[in-house]
Structures are given as C-alpha cells and as structure tokens.
Design a protein around this ligand. Structure first.
Ligand SMILES: N[C@@H](CC(=O)c1ccccc1NC=O)C(=O)O
Length: 288
C-alpha cells in the first residue's frame, strides 16, 4: 500500500445567483496520481438519504466509507470519490436545525432534488470524465434519486458502470400504505412530492418510460436491503428487483445484496456501506 493521501475538497456545481450551499459536491482524490494514470480508475459516487429533508444527513455521511475503502485493496482501482448534496424539502419542525421559508436551499420539491443531482453529475463529467467509469450508489431517498435519473431530449447524463440502491424507496403508494399509522411518513413524502398526480412518474417502480432511465444503461443494477432496517421495508427492494427484471435483456444484470444493520447504521460507521460497495465492484468485475 502506498502512502498516497486522499484530499477532500468541496466544489459548487452551480454558479450564479441560484447557487446555494447545498449545490455542492464533496470530492476525495489522491493528492498525487502516478504519471500516465490520470484519467484512469473508477469513481465512486454517493447520494445520501434523510427523507429529502434532514439537514443532518448530508454529503459527509459518505466519509467513513470513503476512508475504509481507501484503506482497502479496492484503492488501486479507485480514481476518486464524490458525494452529492442537493436542495432539501422544508423541515420546520427539525429539533436542532429547523428550515426557514426564506431559505432557497431548504424549500425544494420534486423535481428540484433530482435536477440538482443531474447538474452535479454533469459537473463531475465535465471535470473528471466519469462516463462509463463510475458506480452510482444511493441510500434511502438517495437510492430513489439514483433510480429516478432519466435522459430526455435536454439532458445527456454520464452513464454509470453500475447503480447500487441501498434501503431505497421505489414505490411511493405501497410505502405510504406500509406506514399508514405514522404521520411523519405522509408528511415527508408529500413534502418532497406535493403533487400526487406525479407520483407514478416520479417513483422508479411505477415509472415505465422504458429505456430512458440511466440505470437501464448500466452494466449492473444492484439492490441492497437489510432485514434489520426499521424504517424502510424490504418490500421496496423486492418491487424494484421485479421492475428491473421486466426487461428480458436486462434480467441477468440485476443483483440483490443482503445488507446488515438498521437504516442509518448502513452508512454510520462506514463498514456496511464500504462492504456493499466492495461487493458491487466485484460484481462489476473490476480487478480488486
Ligand atoms: N431522519 C429523517 C427520516 C428519514 O431519513 C427516513 C425515515 C423513514 C424512512 C426513510 C427515511 N429516510 C430516507 O431517506 C427525518 O428526520 O425526517
């Protein structure tokens, strides 16, 4: 193992008057890259969860896993890590950091979160040419975002090598039904997606605009869930697996990984998240 250190920087993917502190991406790169190896290696790109609203779950929730992966044998195949912030939906009842109606970074609604993440990926493509050489991983609401990304006439997003969804929310109607006794679920879902007529299009399980989804162009789709998850039920993962396998040509590219730990333990110490990423890299067949 070499003594190359990782260096973290925070970059803005949006400039001008619309830019906010959540239009940022944390980037970890080696402080020196051996001559001739620039532009090589994989990028591991992460999108955090937090129900589209929690100000205490942000891009830095990837840092424990980044440290562990950099200290593992995966290091040799990694060019860099990125973790994306995106605007959040209102959370005026948050006990420590309530949102203010005047804060443009914390009054987002669908599709704002998604459009921010798209801008971040285009920024990363422009800066680091990530297309075809990145794993896109998302946790919870971040997994929803990973599977919502679509190309249309106006966007040409970089194609990921693989997509890893962990503890994701993929079918909004059954998700709400499963938690109908808990008002917070309805609150954060309607907060993030206030126009219910758009739910079918917005939720990855119900969206059937086949072939436009970014995940459908990747080499592998990996769905992970933990039996110990106390916040998101496994049914969500099962539905997304079914959805992903609808395309007969895609069937063998769809994988399930059993995760461990409760909902936030997955990223908390970094061990579980790093393990899922390592397994995903193996599935993608990289030399580690
Ligand atoms: N910490 C969040 C809750 C949260 O993240 C969450 C709760 C239930 C099911 C999924 C969740 N997160 C998904 O991104 C909050 O305070 O709203």
């Amino acid at each position: 193992m070499t003594g190359i250190e990782l260096k973290r920087t925070r970059e803005s993917y949006l400039t001008g008057s619309e830019s906010s502190e959540l239009h940022t991406v944390d980037i970890w790169r080696p402080d020196s890259v051996p001559f001739g190896q620039e532009g090589e290696g994989l990028w591991l790109i992460y999108m955090h969860g937090g129900a589209w609203r929690d100000p205490e779950v942000d891009s830095l929730s990837f840092e424990p896993a980044v440290t562990l992966l950099w200290d593992s044998s995966a290091r040799d195949s990694i060019a860099g890590f990125a973790s994306i912030n995106y605007r959040l939906s209102p959370y005026p009842s948050h006990p420590r950091r309530p949102s203010s109606p005047a804060d443009p970074a914390r009054n987002a609604h669908y599709p704002d979160h998604l459009q921010d993440v798209e801008k971040a990926l285009l920024f990363l493509e422009d800066q680091y040419q990530i297309s075809g050489r990145y794993l896109l991983a998302g946790h919870s609401a971040g997994a929803t975002l990973a599977f919502e990304l679509h190309n249309n006439s106006s966007s040409r997003l970089p194609v990921p090598l693989g997509v890893l969804g962990i503890a994701g929310i993929y079918d909004f109607e059954s998700f709400l039904k499963a938690h109908s006794g808990i008002p917070a679920y309805k609150e954060f879902m309607e907060n993030a997606f206030p126009d219910r007529s758009l739910w079918e299009k917005a939720a990855p399980y119900t969206n059937r605009e086949s072939d436009f989804a970014v995940w459908e162009h990747s080499k592998a789709v990996i769905i992970a869930h933990s039996e110990e998850d106390q916040l998101v039920e496994k049914e969500q993962a099962s539905l997304m697996l079914q959805r992903a396998r609808l395309n007969p040509h895609y069937k063998e590219k769809v994988h399930y990984l059993q995760a461990s730990g409760n909902h936030d333990e997955i990223w908390g110490s970094g061990h579980i998240l790093a393990g899922l990423i390592t397994k995903s890299l193996r599935i993608l067949g990289s030399e580690i």
